[in-house]
Ligand binder design. Structure first.
Ligand SMILES: Nc1ncnc2c1ncn2[C@@H]1O[C@H](COP(=O)(O)OP(=O)(O)OP(=O)(O)O)[C@@H](O)[C@H]1O
Ligand SMILES: [Mg+2]
Length: 459
């Protein structure tokens, strides 16, 4: 396969010279102006560009800027005269691959082009690998609304750098963790580890050793071999700090030190460790308010929040409800070996007008339960409404065992009691009131059944 090179130079002599030297090995496209070149790449993008800096109308630098916005991977070699050296520096900053000086030295030119071609091959190889990886591992982030499209465009853009810290904000269940995984999968470190740490899941005195690890014998009870922390485990990949706003002030100070230079010490150790990792953090709290209230360090906030992505709530993007519902329906059809084809009109209307407080997670739980109990071809309204999953109702009598635990918690004993009662009622109904038979259906001892039933049914 021949690589294609676009040559943009207003001097006919240069174009002719390049044509003679390069046309054997490459497919060449010659342009006199930046404008004609830019119009042409709207249709076909070459593998490589050789561009003169001093073009008559639009300069090579201006054209380079435009090219890089759309085709950040396309290598552009700048051609320049000596006196343009400041321009060279400027173009390298914009993202030029390299530059060659006029008068052109054929050997240097050949070497520079070979270098660029090698880099194209590598970029292509990585792209193919990444596409394959995305197909196999990438969690599907569903969304058709303009709001989500904007978030996704932004994610594509920011994923490209391997180390810029990103903070994801959004209400509970909006898909922050899913977005973090998408950023990892699209980043240059996609083959490295994705380590998720829930900062609120560890007590204050443990989070430090979980994040940074400890050396052997660091404290009484510490394991002999010492321990690798999450940060070390994420070397060469992505560290996802979930619920980062819940990190204690001591934990925040240590994390800040690490973010400043990528270095840290394990607890009880003097050896310095260096780790290369992209930090993605997330919270459903109003973190700016916590910063103002001095509960979250401002300096750490700015470190973590170099780029900020806000995911709108599901109520703010109603167009996503049905595509998401269908996606979850498909997922649970597979999980429960069902073949439900879609939603009845009334069920779809209900979903569209429902006020979600737990966002996509709430919708997912709703669909999971509805699929589980549905016996019809289409999901009917009563199955969706069957048990309310509204997070407002979590502690009401009808909480569901299929809901995930949210930050507001649940009344577990109430939940267990409801479940027990429901199955006892069904067992009694199936055995037509015969308590011994009902007890057998639930694999319970007859006496236990009677005792529990009396207690529960009298409540
Ligand atoms: N756009 C989406 N497409 C497909 N699945 C989604 C989408 N958004 C959320 N989900 C699913 O909803 C559930 C909740 O998402 P996730 O855990 O990423 O939310 P979160 O924002 O991290 O919530 P929390 O703040 O409570 O931790 C997950 O099972 C996720 O797969
Ligand atoms: Mg989460």
């Amino acid at each position: 396969m021949k690589y294609s090179i676009a040559i943009v130079d207003d001097e006919a002599l240069i174009r002719d010279a390049l044509d003679i030297t390069l046309s054997d090995q490459y497919d060449l496209y010659l342009f006199e102006t930046a404008e004609s070149f830019l119009a042409a790449i709207e249709r076909t993008v070459p593998d490589l560009v050789l561009m003169d800096i001093g073009l008559p109308l639009m300069t090579g630098i201006e054209a380079l800027e435009i090219v890089k916005q759309k085709h950040s991977d396309l290598p552009v070699i700048m051609i320049t005269a000596y006196e343009d050296i400041n321009m060279v520096i400027q173009s390298m900053k914009i993202g030029a691959f390299d530059f060659v000086l006029k008068p052109l030295n054929p050997d240097i030119l050949e070497l520079t082009i070979k270098k660029a071609v090698a880099s194209i091959a590598l970029i292509k190889e990585v792209k193919i690998l990444q596409e394959k990886y995305l197909q196999e591992n990438h969690p599907c982030f569903i969304g058709e609304s303009k709001n989500i499209e904007n978030v996704m465009d932004f994610i594509h853009m920011v994923s490209k750098s391997a180390d810029t810290p990103i903070m994801i904000l959004g209400e509970t269940g909006t898909g922050k963790e899913l977005i973090a995984k998408a950023i990892h999968a699209r980043s240059p470190v996609f083959k490295g580890p994705f380590i998720a740490v829930n900062c609120s899941a560890f007590p204050e005195d443990l989070i430090e050793s979980e994040l940074f690890g400890y050396e052997s014998g660091a404290f009484s009870g510490a394991s002999k071999q010492g321990k690798k922390g999450f940060i070390e485990a994420s070397d060469g990949g992505t560290l996802f700090l979930d619920e980062v706003a819940d990190l204690s002030l001591a934990g925040q100070a240590k994390l800040l030190r690490f973010l400043e230079n990528g270095e840290f010490y394990k607890i009880g150790g003097t050896k310095k460790y260096t780790v290369q990792t992209r930090v993605v953090s997330a919270t459903n709290k109003k973190i700016e308010a916590l910063v103002n209230a001095e509960k979250f360090r401002k300096d750490l906030y700015f470190r973590l929040c170099v780029i900020k992505a806000e995911i709108p709530s599901l109520n703010e993007r109603k167009e996503d409800i049905l595509p998401l519902a269908k996606h979850f329906l498909h997922e649970f059809n597979q999980k429960f070996s069902k073949t439900i084809k879609g939603f009845s009109e009334a069920a779809a209307d209900h979903l569209m007008s429902y006020e979600f407080t737990g966002n996509a997670r709430e919708l997912k739980n709703m669909i999971e339960r509805a699929v589980l109990i549905s016996k019809t071809d289409l999901l009917e309204l009563d199955k969706l409404k069957g048990v309310s999953t509204s997070f407002k109702d979590r502690n009401a009598a009808n909480i569901s065992p299929y809901s995930d635990l949210g930050p507001e918690g649940i009344n577990l004993s109430q939940l267990l009691e409801n479940t027990e009662k429901k199955f006892m009622e069904q067992a009694l109904s199936l055995s037509k009131g015969n308590e011994s038979k009902a007890a057998r259906l639930l694999q319970m001892n007859h006496h236990t059944f009677r005792y529990r039933w009396k207690k529960i049914s009298n409540k």
